[in-house]
Design a protein around this ligand. Sequence first.
Ligand code: SF4
Length: 689
Amino acid sequence: LADPNPISRTTTTTCGYCGVGCTLRVHVRDAAVAAITPVHGAPVNRGHACVKGRFAHAFTRSRERLTTPLIRDGGRDSPLRPASWQEALTVAATRLAAIRDHHGPDAIGMISSARATNEENYLAQKFARTVLGTNNIDNCSRLCHAPSAVGLAAAFGYAGGTNSVDDLDQTDCILIAGANPTEAHPVVGARIKQLVLRGARLIVIDPRRIDLAEMADVHVQARPGSNVAVFNGIARVLLDEGYADEDFLRTRASGLDELTALLGDYPPDHAARLAGVAPEALVAAARLYGAARRPAIVYGLGITEHAHGTDGVRTLSNLAILKGAVGTPDCCGILSMRGQNNVQGASDMGALPDMLPGYQHVADPGVRARFNRAWQAEVPARPGLRILDMFASAIAGRVRAMYVIGEDIAQTDPDSGNVRRALAACDLVINHDLFLSTTAEHADIVFPAVPFLEKDGTFVNFDRRIQRVRPALDPPGQARSDFDILHLLACAMGADLGCPTPADAMAECAALTPTFAGISHTRLDRDGPLHWPCRGPDQPGEGRLYLDSFATPDGRAALAVRPYLPPGEQPDTSFPYVLITGRRLVHYNSGSMSRRTPNQQLHPHEVLDLHPDDAARLELADGDLVEVTSRRATVTFPVHLTDTIAPGQLFTAFNFPDTPTNALTSDATDTETGCPEYKITAVSLSPVS
Ligand code: SF4
């Protein structure tokens, strides 16, 4: 029998929920998603998808979607009201231009989005640099993997992981550090489980007994903030016990003598004491990694989101260099698990205050001259402000306007009370979003935007793979893509951004960016995903990097000499617990999408994970309420008793605006990149009677 209401359209696209980048088929009936299925031949997910990518799509037809622009007639106390596009664009353009002209271009800060496509991020940074005239453009990689970009580039050359996820198939030992792929990157988590079941050894370095720790050969349950001590201790064992690849170190690496001198201070028992673990665990981890033929390292935000996050990336990279497990034909290298769907791409596209697309330095006159010629503009030479510096400058009165694309900074950025003070201090806040988010509530103008299921362009996933994103649905009402909104706003300000379509934007980016030179929509549609660097239309793209030489100034992998330094925020008698923040399987980031789907029933509100010993001391039972107080705020959570967290430590996520976890989090940042120390907040607990 014929289906009386058949699927009307099926579109192949890339999941917009996490950095794995699964290829999905979206089946549409009656202008709504009927089902999403994974693609069997897809290179990353191979027929798999998780509970987010497969089932969390109902938000697209939520009645809470913004369908018209919103503006306020008076100050922030007056309500937002619907406006026509013409009125909202005119108000935004007039007020932005006035601030630019009266206070200077650097009085405007712009935050682009990891949810947006590459083409939208390319356009956003072009808008900031050519229409506004400022390098004050950043994206949320500042808050997660900026230490990876800086650390991996310094160690090896490029600001990305060294290998393709496909290389994991060859590994006989996986070292997972500061990542919980089962929840945050489920398809990769499942792939790792399959590898372990097939015989690969597994080392987990994490303060929590995460799911994968249950099947690990060794779990180094290091205390938060001790990563550098752990990695230096492992490096010392690799050298002392003859696991280092001496040929590789002699011919392809630099810095061995300096590192050897530093490691004199890191005998395993001392490193283990700094990390709060048994020396035997640390030595066992080193021996497993050292004895492997093709070891792989997989790491995440538990390494980067620290006051010394870049040091963590560098000292972890040291292990791969010592072992000669990077830049060789059979290596498995290092994979950094990027969080949001396109957080790699947002930075690749130059939505950074110091870099143009392809990590070309804005301070380099030759680079600027090339962009100036192409854009018929004058790109400012001085690097701009990072996200958290924009907030400080707003509070100080130097930044007068914030333009925030698709990020709920008032919920997801650290020390959210400070973010709200910054937004309140601005004369103008412009926001694009799908919903009236916590940030949108502070905005003067809100443009209704669209999610990945309604977008055209590309994303870059965690292994530098550029993949097509195709619109499966039409936007509701008058919602528009960030790409269109940027074009319209530029036009309202009397400018023309060029590149009228996403394909044109990628073509322009490729012409200006050597590492993207071989990328085009036509080629991606014809051949499928491509890794960057891809330097020409006939080049295949490089999944496994550095086979000939490293992309560092001397062509060698750079060992780093980084001593252990204590975290930025320390517990004390007033704030004796350490709060770790992270991810939940069914929700995603601010939760604005996943909370408006049936996934909400699986995790309807936030909880605080607490060890039963601590609960007994505080006379708390599962589900009881507890006030969590940091040096900045107090937030109330129900407790969830679990021994996956160590005594004295706590864990929660930040997916719910009514449980504002980031009101608590620390204002300490990575000394090199400004990445916040989300993983360590000193707090006290007080049961709610
Ligand atoms: Fe989407 Fe990530 Fe799940 Fe894949 S693993 S379906 S990319 S959320």
